[in-house]
Write a protein that binds this ligand. Structure first.
Ligand code: B12
Ligand code: SF4
Ligand code: SF4
Length: 321
């Protein structure tokens, strides 16, 4: 949690302190308050879209205006209450086949965090009766990393991740926009990447065009989760041993290597068939079996067809090895 005054003088500061304590009690690992002025990187975002780096994620084009002007997401919103939730489970065997990104080892985080954010929104309304709130996690036109940076929670690294200097980058970002008054935190101004470029050099597909700029079309996370249809032979090769998502540019980051600690959160505890699914079995599942096993997990996004495609690619790459 950010440093907070022990004896706040005015009601807004007192309420801010109370809200942050409630956030911690609900289970968030860090919380801060962000202002909603226009994004200083709006032009970079436009260039990113114009270069085609969003691939088939056309919703990013549709949401662009609101992302650049976060105040327009919710009329009358005064601030965003921004939270981080650590989901890291510890170091893994980097040579394993059929790897699954750690964020997907447990029940879909959208479900888990949406429920927690609603409880945080209730706390906002208790502290500021009549306040309006809107909760977002991943879905919605919210520039989540930028708001987290503004809320003082960390900096945006060369791998484009929001890095908290204490927790690292294996975190989910969740926000509550509200018209209630809370005291904003100081934005995280420092860039603590320094001369390091470990993430840029480690990316298996050279997906970083430059520091801070990711061509999503080359990113394994995009290929295995967001892209639809069969892989080209090049895409199949790019996927390597990754069945779902990719953690390479976070696994090598010194801020994770040195400081990240496994989450003790029981709700985020790994579920066995998610962390290391049997590829043969996955390819044989029918729609009903897939739904029963993975319906409440991140695998639901690519669905059975996408996961079968991914499993076939990993098996082919394994054979080629
Ligand atoms: C689209 C998307 C993706 C795409 C594109 C990723 C990307 N880097 O752009 C794909 C499918 C590839 C992806 C992958 C992953 N994602 Co994703 N994704 C998103 C989503 C929905 C939108 C991000 C977006 O707008 N990208 C476009 C770029 C241009 O915007 P941006 O990353 O926000 O960048 C801002 C700043 O970098 C700044 N900026 C621009 N230029 C510059 C230059 C400098 C010098 C600086 C300082 C800043 C800066 O302006 C941008 C706009 O405000 C967000 C949720 C959300 N609503 O924000 C989750 C989100 C970013 N993803 C998340 C996660 C967990 C992942 C994965 C780790 C999952 C995995 N293990 O496979 C990977 C990580 C890959 C990576 N290195 O980014 C988390 C990140 C949490 C964190 N601590 O940062 C988010 C926030 C979801 C969440 N609520 O938790 N993702
Ligand atoms: S998630 Fe993997 S493929 Fe995507 S940028 Fe990071 S290292 Fe590269
Ligand atoms: S690996 Fe190095 S350059 Fe990349 S985000 Fe981490 S500190 Fe920054």
């Amino acid at each position: 949690m950010n440093d907070v005054e022990e004896r706040p003088r005015d009601e807004t500061s007192r309420n801010t302190l109370k809200l942050k304590r409630r956030a911690t009690a609900i289970g968030f690992d860090a919380v801060g308050i962000a202002t909603l002025e226009p994004d200083a990187h709006a032009a970079d975002f436009d260039q990113w879209l114009a270069a085609g780096y969003a691939g088939t994620m056309t919703y990013l084009h549709r949401q662009a205006a609101k992302r650049k002007q976060p105040r327009h997401i919710m009329p009358d919103a005064a601030v965003a209450v921004v939270t981080l939730t650590n989901y890291w489970h510890g170091p893994v065997d980097p040579g394993a086949d059929g790897r699954v990104a750690q964020y997907a080892w447990s029940t879909d985080y959208h479900r888990v965090l949406s429920a927690r954010l609603e409880r945080l929104a209730d706390a906002v309304k208790e502290l500021a009766p009549g306040a309006r709130t809107r909760c977002y996690v991943d879905t919605g036109p919210v520039p989540e990393r930028e708001l987290a940076r503004r809320a003082g929670l960390g900096w945006i690294g060369k791998n484009t991740m929001l890095i908290d200097p204490v927790i690292g980058s294996f975190t989910f970002i969740g926000t509550v926009l509200t018209d209630a008054a809370f005291t904003p935190d100081l934005p995280f101004a420092a860039d603590r990447c320094g001369t390091c470029r470990a993430c840029l050099d480690a990316c298996p597909t050279d997906a970083f065009v430059a520091p801070h700029i990711l061509d999503a079309r080359r990113c394994i996370s995009y290929l295995t989760i967001e892209s639809r249809g069969p892989f080209t032979s090049q895409q199949q090769e790019q996927v390597g041993e990754w069945l779902f998502g990719c953690d390479v540019c976070q696994d090598v980051c010194p801020w994770n290597v040195r400081f990240a600690g496994p989450t003790p959160d029981p709700v985020l505890a790994p579920r066995a068939p998610l962390a290391g699914p049997d590829l043969d079995q996955l390819q044989k599942l029918d729609a009903a079996e897939f739904e029963a096993r993975y319906g409440d997990t991140p695998f639901e996004r690519p669905g059975l067809v996408g996961m079968r495609r991914n499993a076939a690619a990993v098996r082919a790459n394994r054979g080629a090895k």
